[in-house]
Ligand binder design. Structure first.
Ligand code: ZN
Length: 268
C-alpha cells in the first residue's frame, strides 16, 4: 500500500507502526480514526494518555474534575509542582499538547456519575476507566454495556493491579466479575501505592485500547489479568458472563447506570 494517505511527517512519525505487519497503514489509519475517553486522569490515566497520544489516537478525552495535589506527584507523571491546584484534565492536555498534532485532546472537567455517565460516554469509540474508586467503576461499566461501547478497565492497590476488557455479549461485564463492591476502599494515598505501578498498569490499559482500535482481538475479554509487582508476576484468571447478571444477563433489570453504595471518590 502506498504512503499517499499520510503526510511525509506522518510516515516518519509512525514508521515503527507502519513496519508492523499487524498495524501497517490500515491499522495506523484506524488509530487516527479512533476516539478514546479516559475516565480519570490520575496515575493510570497519566501513563495511558501518553502512549495513546504518541500512538496517534485521533481524539483523546481526558475526564476528571479533580485538581493536582502535591501527593499526586509521586505517581501521576504528567504533573509538576507548577501545576499544583490546576485541574488535572486541563493540565494533562497541556502537558500532552506538544506530543502529537494528530491527536485532538479534549479536556472534560467533570465527575462521571450515574446521572451524566450516558451523556459523557456517548460518541466515544472506546472507554478506558482509570478511576480508583468502585462507585465510578460500576457506573462506567453500566454506561458502556448499555451503550455497547467497549471498556478497558483497570485498578491498582499497593503493589498489585487488575485489568480486564468488557464488551458484552462477548465475555463478562464488571458486575459479572464483581457482583458487589467491598464495604470500604481506601484511596491510594492512604492505602499506599508503588510509584511505578500505575505506569505498568496504565501502559497495559493503553495497549489493550490500541489493539482494539486497530481491529485486533483483546485477549483480556473473559480474562482478568492480575499484576503483582512485589514478586514481579503476571497471571490471569478466566472470568465468565453471569447469565443472572442484573446488567448483561439474560433477564437484565438495570436499564440505566446505577450507583452502588459506598465510599471514597478519588481518581488515581
Ligand atoms: Zn454482567
Amino acid at each position: 500500500m502506498s504512503d499517499e494517505r499520510f503526510s511525509a511527517e506522518q510516515v516518519e512519525r509512525y514508521q515503527a507502526h507502519l513496519a508492523l505487519p499487524d498495524i501497517g497503514h490500515t491499522g495506523q489509519q484506524r488509530l487516527l480514526d479512533t476516539s478514546v475517553l479516559l475516565v480519570g486522569v490520575g496515575g493510570l490515566g497519566c501513563s495511558a494518555a501518553q502512549y495513546l497520544t504518541a500512538a496517534g489516537v485521533g481524539k483523546l478525552g481526558l475526564l476528571d474534575d479533580d485538581s493536582v495535589d502535591l501527593s499526586n506527584l509521586q505517581r501521576q507523571i504528567l504533573f509538576s509542582v507548577d501545576d499544583l491546584n490546576g485541574k488535572k484534565a486541563r493540565v494533562a492536555a497541556e502537558a500532552l499538547s506538544g506530543l502529537n498534532p494528530d491527536t485532538e485532546l479534549v479536556s472534560i472537567v467533570d465527575r462521571l456519575t450515574a446521572t451524566n455517565a450516558v451523556g459523557l460516554i456517548k460518541g466515544w469509540d472506546l472507554v478506558i476507566d482509570g478511576s480508583d474508586n468502585f462507585a465510578t467503576r460500576y457506573v462506567v461499566n453500566d454506561a458502556c454495556v448499555l451503550a455497547g461501547t467497549t471498556l478497558v478497565t483497570g485498578s491498582i492497590y499497593q503493589f498489585e493491579g487488575q485489568i480486564t476488557v468488557v464488551c458484552p455479549p462477548e465475555g463478562p461485564c464488571y458486575r459479572c466479575i464483581f457482583p458487589a463492591p467491598p464495604a470500604e476502599q481506601a484511596p491510594c494515598h492512604a492505602a499506599g501505592v508503588l510509584a511505578s505501578l500505575p505506569g505498568v498498569v496504565g501502559t497495559i490499559l493503553a495497549t489493550e485500547a490500541l489493539k482494539l482500535a486497530i481491529g485486533a482481538e483483546s485477549s483480556l475479554v473473559g480474562r482478568l489479568l492480575l499484576v503483582d509487582m512485589l514478586d514481579t508476576s503476571f497471571r490471569s484468571v478466566h472470568v465468565t458472563r453471569d447469565v443472572e447478571c442484573a446488567l448483561c444477563g439474560n433477564k437484565p433489570s438495570i436499564s440505566h447506570p446505577t450507583a452502588v453504595a459506598l465510599c471514597r471518590d478519588e481518581t488515581d
